[in-house]
Design a protein around this ligand. Sequence first.
Ligand code: AHM
Ligand code: MG
Length: 342
Amino acid sequence: MTQKISLTRYLVEQQRVDGRIPPQLRLLIEVVARACKRVSQAVNKGALGGVLGTAGSENVQGEVQKKLDIIANEVLIEANEWGGHLAAMASEEMDGIYVVPNRYPQGEYLLLFDPLDGSSNIDVNVSIGTIFSVLRKPAGDAGVEEKDFLQPGKCQVAAGYCVYGPQTTLVLTVGDGVAMFTLDREQGSFVLIEENVRIPADTKEFAINMSNMRHWDAPVRRYIDECLEGQDGPRGKNFNMRWIASMVADVHRILTRGGIFMYPWDKREPDKPGKLRLMYEANPMAWLVEQAGGAATNGHERILDIQPGKLHERVSVILGSKNEVERVTAYHRDAEARQPAA
Ligand code: AHM
Ligand code: MG
């Protein structure tokens, strides 16, 4: 019988091989995984656990909070605040940063998360997830402030997500490829199901909310128009479309079988760079995708190179199979080159 490798064993072995995961970071990842198990339990109970529906409040972005958004946020904070591995946390559901209270020891890491991504799917029993990103607190400062979080995605030391679907699966990178672990509910532990996840460079599948088509910019329209023309168009092949309305589930499909995901800037809110948030949605997903051989840009530059100006900054997202992402990015370059000089 092949031996099952638990997340704990995987992390211990990674730590032994080349010291890539320092003990505090290993603890942090295990605590996040434990919190995700609790969220998974709440998700599974659904109406029976009284966790469906809205909470009657709004987050800093003016979005209505679901009960499960708040529950997942609290679970992640409670699990992470006392272990001594963190200095502070930031979340989609909190206006400012959450500094670890004085009664607990302060660690050297900063944790960012979207506690419950794909909130519109909660009440309809469709896949949702938790996304997380880990940064190191800049050296030197005694306290911790919001500006300590404002590091580009390439500075992440760990990132991942947990998808709550037919299976609960945790996907992780610490900068050495991407590994996937599925929750074995009888054992109560995450078990390794795949190492060295790879995204094929080409694809025939795209994910975008087509109802926003009339609001898109020309390069995105051009790309999708060409896909829709199928075999008879310039691409010479037919494309399939999928949109789960949960970035976690869409990215999980892309890590599993390839594809391109886009939530581009659009004309509905021209002053915002996009819908998705840079620091706890786009950055962790961009790093996972790059670590699996894919690419991630905002149409103009690599997402991981973007210097954030604020915690809840938004960004246009194009990620997945490398050749497709490069094509969309090239269409943006073409459009810029054709702009008359100011
Ligand atoms: P959320 O974090 O409030 O759930 O919003 C993010 C989600 C993404 O998971 C998903 O890709 C997108 O919003 C769906 O948006 P839309 O409903 O416009 O299709
Ligand atoms: Mg989200």
